[in-house]
Each structure stands twice: as structure tokens, then as C-alpha cells.
Design a protein around this ligand. Sequence first.
Ligand SMILES: [Zn+2]
Length: 215
Amino acid sequence: MKNKEMNNNNIDLNEELDGYVKIDQYNKVHVERIADHYVDILEALGEDPKREGLIKTPERVAKALQYLTHGYDIDGAEVLRSAMFEEEYSQMVVVKDIEVYSMCEHHMLPFFGKAHIAYIPNGHIVGLSKIPRVVDAFARRLQVQERLTNEIRDCIQDTLKPAGVAVVIECKHMCMAMRGVQKQNSVTTTSAFTGAFQNDVTRSEFLRLITASLD
Ligand SMILES: [Zn+2]
């Protein structure tokens, strides 16, 4: 059996980087600590944490939270560097409709939707599956959509050093839909561009490609 590289949350990084293995290993100390607090939270809500349906809830929530924030343990730049190849291709590469699941840092409620990402290679391309991995690295944390958008852009720009990067993210925020203004169907769109995408023609081409459908 090969040596496994474990990070401090006991998540197997090698398996995680392949993208196929569901993480089901948790840091016991963190799970216990978070779960203890959730017993108090249930009581504060007027619930009985000892009733059957809730008895394992604090532990489940603790594990869910660890999974939902596992991006803290992924180095987006490292993900890209693991699959960069020299290539002369210099047309726009677009990966669209990447699923995004994140947590708003103001309410710790989910926001989710899609990311559309493009880059124009400048000597190097990257394995296509790595782009969604970079999205996960930054989305699986406590976030705001604006910073998420910029962090993805900067990671790709600084690591791959392409002629330009474009990131558009469209998300629904549960903190808007379920509470507060209760706007169930509103979608927040953010975008960030570098290099060639600051040029109107290139940016329009990208926007046309992400709104075009294949049928
Ligand atoms: Zn919020």
C-alpha cells in the first residue's frame, strides 16, 4: 500500500485530488467539539437534544460542516500545478456550468449555482477537471460570492499565467430566499476578468459562449 499523504483534518489528499472518492474521514476532536456546541444550540432553540430524532444530530451537523468547509484543506494552486502541460494552443478554453456549493459567511447558510470559467493559454494548458477542483477549493469555505469569484480568478491567473482569465458565477443565496427579504428566485451574478478579457470583443465572445446552448 502506498504512503498516504494526510492533512491535519485526516482527509486523504491523494484520494481527494482524484475527485472520485467521497470524504468520510473526519477529525474526531473537531467533530466532538462542534457537536458539543450543537447540543447547546438545540437546547437554546427549545428542542430536546435527547429525543430520538435528534440524538445523533449534533454529530451529523459537525461532520456535515467539516465536509462543507473542506476547501480550507485544498491548495488551489497545487491542484492546477498537478496537471499543467506545455501546449501551443492559444484560443479561449471555456468550462461552463460548473456546480458551485458554498456557505455564506454572514449567516452560515448555503449559496449555490454555477460558475463559468475561461482562460486563454499562454504556453500552458491545464487538465480540464482541475478547473472545477479549483472552484471547490475556494467554494467549500465560509465565503461571500464576490470574494469567491476573485479568488478563483487570481488563483488561475497567478498559477497558470494565461493571457487572460474570466470568471462568472451565478448563485442563489438561501439567506435571501429563506429569511430576510425572502426573494426566492433572485440570482446574484458576479464576474472577474484579467488580461485579454478586459477587451470588449474577447469578453463578449466569452459571454456569448456561456449563454449559448448546445441544442
Ligand atoms: Zn448570507
